[in-house]
Design a binder for this molecule. Sequence first.
Ligand code: G3P
Length: 217
Amino acid sequence: MKLFLDTANLDEIRQINAWGVLDGVTTNPSLAAKEGREFSEVIAEICAEVDGDVSAEVVATDTEGMLAEADELRGIADNVVIKVPLIPAGLAACRRLADTGARTNVTLCFSPAQAILAAKAGATYVSPFLGRMDDISNDGMALLTEICEVFRVQGYATEVLAASLRSPQHVGQAALAGADVATLPTSVFNQMVKHPLTDIGLERFLADWQAYLQARG
Ligand code: G3P
């Protein structure tokens, strides 16, 4: 399973990229707006920083508008993936982009039926939002598991990108469900790496080493 970082913040991207575990970045209009900077510049900087796919989302809601934005975004860097919402206009844009060889991420997916449409429209990725399903008392992990199973049975080439993940447990379960990609906020990366026994163990190793050095004089 590939790990993407879900942010438009360069400092966060540099921090996690330094770990050597990052396969790509996803952004959305809310995350981009938080940066308060020119969107194309932010995407260009992220694309230069990350050796992997970088999703940049269109904000038009009609197909021609999405395609015009996609043209500009694709001109920024080769690793830009065009993110479109899972609405009829987004599916039409996805198909036309796919037919020209563009890579796409169909986002805001909340059902296996929607995911099937994204696959049929030639999406590179489809993004089910797990946490937001949980937010409305649905089972986000059950949704992901079902989509992964449908794609396996049908042999769809579209990759399942588990999004709106909120905890390290979500990441483990997404891997077990067979997600191709998990995109996580920086906070979840930081939680994933931490374990109290690692900290206690390291502290003990270093204390024992110091004692050994002192004993040797
Ligand atoms: O990748 C989708 C993500 O940005 C949504 O996450 O936590 O806002 O539901 P969240």
